[in-house]
Unconditional design. Sequence first.
Length: 408
Amino acid sequence: MNRPTWWRDAYEAYEDDTDAPAIGQSPDNRRQALIKLLWIGIWMAYMGAPLSDLADGHHTTLATVFGALGLLVFVGIYLVLVFRHTGRNLARTAVHRALGTICVLAAVLTVTLGEPWLVLAVYVSVAFGAVLPTRLARWAIPLNTVAMVGAGLLVRGSHDLMSALVVPSLLGGFAMSAVRQMVRTTRALREARATVAQLAANEERLRLARDLHDLLGHSLSLITLKSELAGRMLPGKPEQAAQQVADIERVSRQALVDVREAVSGFRRPTLEAELAGARTALAAAGITADLHRAGAHHPDLPPDQEGALAWALREAVTNVVRHSGARRCAVTLSEEDDELCLTVTDDGRGTTGAHGNGLTGLAERLQLADGRLETGPGAHGGFTLRALAPLSRGATPAPLPTEPAPGP
């Protein structure tokens, strides 16, 4: 089965625009910081009214200096709240103090310097929407708008401007609150995407570990057995020893191909190939193989389920050869309800204790194919492994083909 590689998915998941800062993320470099500051600074154009009021010279020198310093402090706090808090949450105490400061500045500057300073209340609403939780912002923004109206009533000749700023105050505050919610959602999605990428990497490592264990365990066991046979045949039977060496070369080459396929993610064994491999491995170990009830083809068996059963057969035969000390091994395939059951039984020593890595990985592999693994002692001693995989629904069952029993 073709599987996308985890590193490609992770790369595509994190392929973002490097020129602009990502939503909800602090700028990574000076360029991104300047771009973000530029987008925020565009909305500072409405500060033109207070600046024009200071430049016209309608106030005393002391009032002008006071207004300039107050406006500078207001803008600085506003930019810190909007610039920093959207990418990284500030401390709650610092946020509340900053909001309280700009509220006081907006009220004092409006009452003392006049009508053009009412626009500061709009920026206060935007700051509320940017940093306060939604449940607080939905109350703070209307209250700030009401306070702006109250301050406007105290300032002579500001009724027209006051009525014109009510909608921007409400709209700007709630729009910024929606932007804040979008930033939080984007940040959560980015974290979830990073978690998915990490899980995909872990799953790929687990798959590779299972494949390599199954492939190399089977192949190396067969190479070891044939090497021992070749050593016993020398020097009395050089031709048979040469045949065993040729088999070793063939098995090692096939193992190399299988490992490359496993690393590439395209490895899907078949029951037919694994039955042939099981017959060879059991014969090399001197174990009588009973495979006459193991048909390799079933029309209702999906490819993924066939691959899982093939891996189960390989692991079971490898364990029989390496650990069982058995003299006979039987492999059967049978239908049970809507499942195909692979049974491998031997007359060896059996097993005690917990399952090893091979059986654990095999159970996980079958679970991914909607199957299950059952193990236990055989009816007459030894060990029995049962791997079950579901057949495709709606298909008409066909009898399993049989093959003649091989000689001992």
